[in-house]
Design a protein around this ligand. Structure first.
Ligand code: NAD
Length: 428
């Protein structure tokens, strides 16, 4: 579960404030960028299968759209809050700017647990979400995408509802569509692969041979699975993965010291990234408490599940062997931990750089949709690899040159681009 003691939006603002100070931004620009252009809070009534009506709380927020239409995922989560969506949409602004794609930052959420809802109930929820937002989303306004516990099917129901209302086809209104229905090949792999492209470049810069490294991962959903697959392909060893078990309402760490097999684990996980405990035991995995992933003797830690997982309270549990903290999730580290990471000499690959592969591929999906011509997977992944490598190296070089902590360097690059856009538009 997300750490309830930390408010992710306060975290996001604290990170921004720190870099606004470094960049000596004027007060008007700070006021503009620490808040949202637009926040929508609404409710969605859904007819449940048992004939009752359930009302779900929902959000859609645009943090800043100076560089292009809002772009950001939609989460279904029982613990979703307005402040989580605020933080995530703000991070989307920096993420799009960090990889230099012409999109702004947005995010949505619905307080619900799709694991306990039938397909029909989920479809009605998706359609209700778009009915309420119909004039506030669109290919040139704000473009939703999948995120935690949402997938291509959810996106298709939303697209279908939107197009039914508009009476026209608008494939660019949403991304993360299934392949063959306007989706891009490579999108499933994009975020996880992007994480590992950054890690690979980072290790190269640090003169560390990836084939001699090991990693421990929190999460085994979309991002973590593909990160684990590519990392293993490149010769790294995944020692442990942790994930949530909906039945027990608790998290477990699955460990194999000689190395986990990502394909084997993928075959025994459900659609929400929960690994079957009994099957894992039968395959020779140790099943440990959920937070054990953090205490492993590894070179690389990859939090790829939730925000606020690495705090000063748990930091002492991290092994002295850890050299790189690869933030695949959004906001996995609390700001009061940054100094500890820096002092420990751990190299950080900050979240909005590390996991930008997903939005970069979503942007490719829009480009392909606009052309109505779809690239083969190799071409998508090659473009993704180039974009991620270039963006990572740019931030790494700035950090080295100016002796900046990696998170600050990423913020400096991203904020400068957004400030340039708001100034050119005459907003400040
Ligand atoms: P997902 O829903 O596919 O998977 C989430 C994983 O986290 C599951 O394996 C789940 O069991 C696990 N989990 C949940 N609670 C846990 C806990 N307390 N302890 C251990 N494991 C836990 O989600 P995803 O798409 O893989 O996203 C993961 C993170 O990456 C999120 O922070 C998301 O915002 C971020 N992200 C995702 C994308 C994307 O393209 N999917 C892009 C950018 C960032």
């Amino acid at each position: 579960m997300a750490n309830q003691n930390y408010n992710p939006f306060v975290n996001a603002q604290t990170q921004f404030d720190r870099v606004a100070e470094i960049l000596e931004l004027d007060q008007g620009t700070r006021d503009l960028l620490r808040q949202h252009c637009q926040e929508i809070h609404f409710t969605i009534p859904v007819k449940m299968d048992d004939g009752t009506t359930k009302v779900f709380k929902a959000f859609r927020m645009i943090h800043n759209d100076a560089r292009g239409p809002g772009k950001g995922g939609l989460r279904f989560h029982p613990h979703e809050t307005a402040d989580t969506v605020r933080a995530l949409s703000m991070w989307m602004t920096w993420k799009c700017a960090a990889v230099d794609i012409p999109l702004g930052g947005a995010k949505g959420g619905v307080v619900c647990d799709p694991r306990t809802m039938s397909k029909g109930e989920q479809e009605r929820l998706c359609r209700g979400y778009i009915r309420r937002l119909k004039s506030l989303v669109g290919y040139n306004i704000d473009v939703p995408a999948p995120d935690v516990m949402t997938n291509g099917q959810h996106m298709m129901w939303m697209l279908d509802e939107y197009e039914s209302i508009m009476g026209q086809r608008f494939p660019g209104m949403i991304t993360g569509k299934p392949v063959g229905m306007g989706g891009s090949l490579g999108r499933t792999e994009a975020t996880g692969y992007g994480v590992i492209y950054c890690l690979r470049e980072c290790l190269k810069n640090m003169n560390i041979d990836i084939t001699k490294t090991s990693a421990s991962i929190q999460g085994f959903g979309n991002v973590a699975e593909y990160a684990a697959r590519l990392y293993t392909e490149l010769g790294g060893k995944v020692v442990a993965v942790s994930c949530w078990n909906a039945e027990d309402k608790t998290a477990y760490t699955f460990r194999k010291l000689e190395g986990c097999d990502p394909a084997e684990l993928a075959a025994i996980k459900d659609a929400f990234g929960s690994i079957d405990k009994e099957k894992a035991l039968a395959l020779g995995y140790e099943v440990l408490p959920g937070d054990e992933w953090l205490c492993q003797e590894v070179d690389v830690l990859i939090p790829a599940a939730l925000e606020n997982q690495i705090t000063p309270a748990v930091f002492p549990k991290i092994s002295k062997k850890v050299k790189v903290l690869c933030e695949a999730a959004n906001g996995p580290t609390t700001p009061d931990c940054d100094q500890l990471i820096e002092d420990a000499g751990i190299m950080l690959i900050p979240d909005f750089m590390c996991n930008a592969g997903g939005v970069t591929c979503s942007y490719f999906e829009q480009v392909q949709g606009n052309m109505n011509y779809y690239w083969p997977k190799e071409e998508v992944l090659e473009k993704l690899e180039n974009a991620m490598t270039k963006a990572f190296q740019n931030i790494y070089d700035l950090a080295q040159e100016k002796k900046l902590y990696m998170r600050d360097a990423a913020y400096v690059v991203a904020i400068n681009r957004v400030v340039n856009a708001v100034k050119l538009r005459g907003w400040v």
